[in-house]
Design a protein around this ligand. Structure first.
Ligand SMILES: NC(=O)c1ccc[n+]([C@@H]2O[C@H](COP(=O)([O-])OP(=O)(O)OC[C@H]3O[C@@H](n4cnc5c(N)ncnc54)[C@H](O)[C@@H]3O)[C@@H](O)[C@H]2O)c1
Length: 302
């Protein structure tokens, strides 16, 4: 008996890295999985190589599970529709959508090209929204036809998006947008029994091997805290019926640590019954920032 027996899931970007482990874990818990991956390079070039996705499907089926490959570009409207249609047409339903596919083009703002901005925003932000749209259409129609409905969307944000990382204006903006979109989708889809949450993972993949070097290496005889398998466990929990009361949440996940994160909240305030002039705000600045620094918030891992 698995936690996800009988469920049908889509995982985008599941040919390698974190998505691969998510697909394997969901299948290990009993879900049938559509393994989506366009087969792109880290920077998003190339594509069309379905071997990594096929390998994941082969592992799942050789373990007695059910899975199939989808090689569509998840950030295209038509590709996103195909993935959702494939789940429903092949397996009769869709229960779980894990939005995970991503690329990186790190550059300082003054060095960034238009295509670096457009491609990273498209793959992450539209690549999360487009399949969520078609899944939402499916769940809403199902509910309106009188059938009992429940669904799960698990998005992939990043600490770069929650804190803002220098050198990642495109990526951080997309990942902050994904956190914000998680709240919107959670509010819109609650009435259809659909929960929407996001993770901000930290794991060893080709994305972090270049960034963090030796720091991500597995240490001898120690718990491998950078193993992407660790991330998949939280996704398995969020995908389950047992997490029906968890929605609109963002979790930082690393090794054996899971942090539930809170959003923006006031840290200082000034009030009166008419507007402040700029000069008056100069005078009120120390009151507004009485308890906190007025400088740039620090970005440090928890
Ligand atoms: N690795 C980390 O520590 C870390 C930290 C924060 C966030 N993330 C996020 O986790 C997710 C997975 O990253 P990863 O580290 O496993 O990277 P990865 O490069 O190993 O895997 C990403 C996969 O997405 C696929 N992909 C890219 N564009 C696609 C598209 N348009 N359609 C379908 N598939 C596409 C790639 O082919 C690749 O297989 C990303 O969203 C990333 O931003 C990772």
């Amino acid at each position: 008996m698995g936690l996800l027996d009988g469920k049908v899931a889509i995982v985008s970007g599941a040919g390698r890295g974190i998505g691969r482990e998510e697909a394997l874990l969901l299948a290990g818990e009993g879900a049938t999985v559509i393994v989506n991956d366009v087969g792109a390079s880290l920077e998003g070039s190339g594509g069309g190589d379905t071997h990594p996705a096929q390998e994941v499907v082969d592992i799942i089926t050789s373990n007695g599970g059910k899975a199939s490959v989808n090689g569509d570009d998840i950030s295209s409207w038509a590709g996103a529709k195909n993935v959702v249609d494939q789940a429903v047409e092949s397996y009769g339903t869709l229960d779980i959508l894990v939005n995970n596919a991503g690329i990186l083009r790190d550059k300082m703002s003054f060095n960034m090209e238009e295509s670096d901005w457009d491609d990273v925003i498209r793959v992450h932000l539209k690549g999360h929204f487009a399949p969520s749209h078609f899944a939402a259409v499916y769940w809403r129609n199902k509910s309106k036809s009188g059938q009992p409905t429940s669904g799960r969307i698990i998005n992939t944000s990043s600490e770069a998006g929650l804190y803002g990382n220098a050198g990642q204006a495109n990526y951080s903006a997309a990942k902050a947008g994904i956190a914000s979109m998680t709240w919107v989708l959670a509010r819109e889809l609650e009435r259809y029994g659909v929960t929407v949450n996001a993770i901000a993972p930290r794991a060893r993949t080709r994305m972090t091997e270049n960034l963090f070097g030796d720091a991500v290496d597995k240490k001898e005889d120690a718990f491998d805290e950078w193993d992407p398998k660790n991330i998949a466990q939280t996704v398995g929990f969020l995908a389950s019926d047992e997490a029906a009361d968890v929605t609109g949440q963002v979790f930082v996940v690393f090794g054996g640590d899971v942090w539930a994160m809170a959003g923006f909240h006031p840290v200082g305030e000034v009030h009166r019954d008419h507007a402040w002039t700029p000069s008056e705000l100069v005078a009120a600045k120390s009151e507004l920032f009485k308890d906190v620094s007025s400088g740039l918030p620090k970005f440090s891992f928890i």
